[in-house]
Design a protein around this ligand. Sequence first.
Ligand SMILES: [Zn+2]
Length: 361
Amino acid sequence: MSKFLNNKLFRYLSFFLFLNSTILPIKSSSSLAAWVLNTNGVLELRTKSNSNLKAYFQKGNKIYGDRFWVDFSGELKNPRRIKGNGPIKEIRLGKPNKGKTRLVIEFKEEIYSNPLTWRMVGLDQNRWRIKLFSPKYSFKKIGEGTVEKKISRIKANQNSSYMKNRFHDSLKLPSIKQNKFLVVIDPGHGGLDPGAIGIGGIRETDVVLEVSKIVKKLLSEKGVKVKLTRNNEVDLDLSPRVYFANNKNADIFVSIHANASRGKRRDINGLETFYFRGWRGRLLAKRIQKEILRVSPGSPDRGVKQGRFYVIKNTRMPAVLVEIGFLTGRLDARRLEKSAHRKRIAYAIAKGILEYLSKVG
Ligand SMILES: [Zn+2]
């Protein structure tokens, strides 16, 4: 019964959609965050980053008017109807099937819409716009939530330029020369050594291994060769990690860890990055630290510091050890237990590395 929008338009739509569906599939809650149909007939949507949306149009019949709908990943909690005005009969939010969300805009029967002129435009990673009609008479705007970008008001991390709906913009990964660099990523601990144990039993070894694997994937996509010192839960001593990087003649070495505070104080949170020697190591640390802070608003900047950790002291290339938060801290732990945040942190680390390589490499 329902038809895709005219082929050309649909291709245009799916162009944006596929672009945006490559990473981070949304599992649980609806990826539709806010929507508004403005007085000028423009529908604006705000979604989670990297949402997968699909738009459809169905010509009206004797029972229904024309209908336009957009399907989003993630399940809607409360299906609902909102009364329309002007050319709009009603707007419905529903779940067509499990794990999905559908926003339906139903026109009044007498309205003839012209989908051939419609263009869905992606404004950024989170926002979409499509003009559906030109109101002949006044049309009262209908919507839920805020589509506009908002700057989150967070004080603790003063130097963070973090904007809630924009982190992916800031994380757009820089391009560098293909197949030129080898990066060794070292997920801390492993096996019998779980590293820090945080709130609710969250284990450092699990968190840093997952983050490391995502960093590897992101860098590989950018044409960087990446080796992990460990791929699974093995107890790996420090000297083989160093030997591995030195033997491979890696360009840089990045060891990824998460912190624990003495006495497991929940009020201690923050991120820090260590290097041992050289301006290159320091620069790499600075780049990474800057990026991880951006995705961790409110968590204190503990700075870029010189540290005497074995793995960064004994590797021969620029080497850093990054602490991506306190598993014992209330704020950091709550974030680090979520896979969405682990992905953000991994993005940030990958971005810092790529920026360094594009500058120095
Ligand atoms: Zn550690």
